[in-house]
Design a protein around this ligand. Structure first.
Ligand SMILES: [Zn+2]
Length: 256
């Protein structure tokens, strides 16, 4: 049998990963084995853990993750995290900044109540084309996120892989989603999280430039290493997690 080419290997990995994403408990158990050699951060660094939907059966898991982070250091707002990166706020230990992607109704039904209970701020990156569609949040729900004290950013209009878009389409996805959010919410929207977010396959430097040109102050990827003061807000590293995962699995993403 011939060994797979690097591209085939990559596709196989993606296929395995998306199958595992549909079985988060199984994925968590597999990852947990790899987490045995890692530890949650003890050194100074800024981490951006993020989630998607949080079904009710995983509310306890989200609570457990957030409590574990809170024992290590503060959970700060996106505004505060940007102040850390730009040197206007000191970074004195492990620090966490939480976000959620896409626009699932469990944000309203599960996530916001858990955040209120724990006193944790978050930023919600909204795929604007999903809002108001069956099975997704409505605009009133998004306004309620702001009213609850959370931040709202853009996660594009249709959730494309930007690297596969022509320049004009990518520009629209980045800029027009911002304008729609601003029109609907009546506040400035200055933060963008790239769909999929992996700089190797999903986005290019030109998309960061397009975001800057559209007036964003931050651009989030899914690179994982901890950030520090002086790192660019236009290249934020986030660590994708699932609330079904045991803490040992979290350690494979959020660690020193
Ligand atoms: Zn997404």
């Amino acid at each position: 049998m011939r060994s797979p080419t690097p591209i085939q290997r990559r596709l196989n990995e993606l296929g395995l990963r998306s199958r595992l994403r549909r079985s988060p408990r199984l994925q968590g158990r597999i990852l947990a084995a790899a987490g045995a050699r890692k530890r949650l951060p003890a050194a100074t660094g800024l981490f951006f853990p993020f989630y998607h939907d949080v079904p009710p059966e995983f509310a306890a898991g989200l609570r457990r993750h957030l409590r574990a982070f809170g024992e290590l250091g503060p959970l700060v707002s996106w505004d505060a995290a940007i102040e850390v990166l730009t040197g206007r706020r000191p970074l004195t230990g492990p620090t966490f900044c939480l976000s959620f992607d896409d626009g699932d109704p469990t944000w309203r039904d599960v996530v916001v109540p858990v955040l209120a209970e724990l006193g944790v701020p978050a930023t919600f990156f909204v795929t604007t084309g999903l809002i108001g569609r069956p099975g997704n949040l409505g605009w009133d729900d998004v306004r309620d996120l702001l009213a609850a004290g959370h931040g709202v950013g853009s996660h594009s209009i249709t959730h494309p892989r930007l690297a596969d878009c022509d320049d004009e389409t990518a520009r629209r996805e980045i800029a027009d989603s911002k304008h729609e959010l601003e029109d609907e919410l009546g506040v400035a929207v200055r933060d963008f999280a790239a769909p999929y977010g992996n700089p190797v396959v999903d986005l290019r430097d030109r998309h960061v430039r397009a975001a800057r040109a559209a007036g964003y102050r931050s651009f989030a990827t899914t690179l994982r290493p901890a950030m520090r003061t002086g790192d660019s807000p236009m290249w934020i590293h986030r660590q994708g997690l699932h609330p079904a995962w045991p803490l040992w699995a979290v350690r494979t993403r959020v660690h020193d």
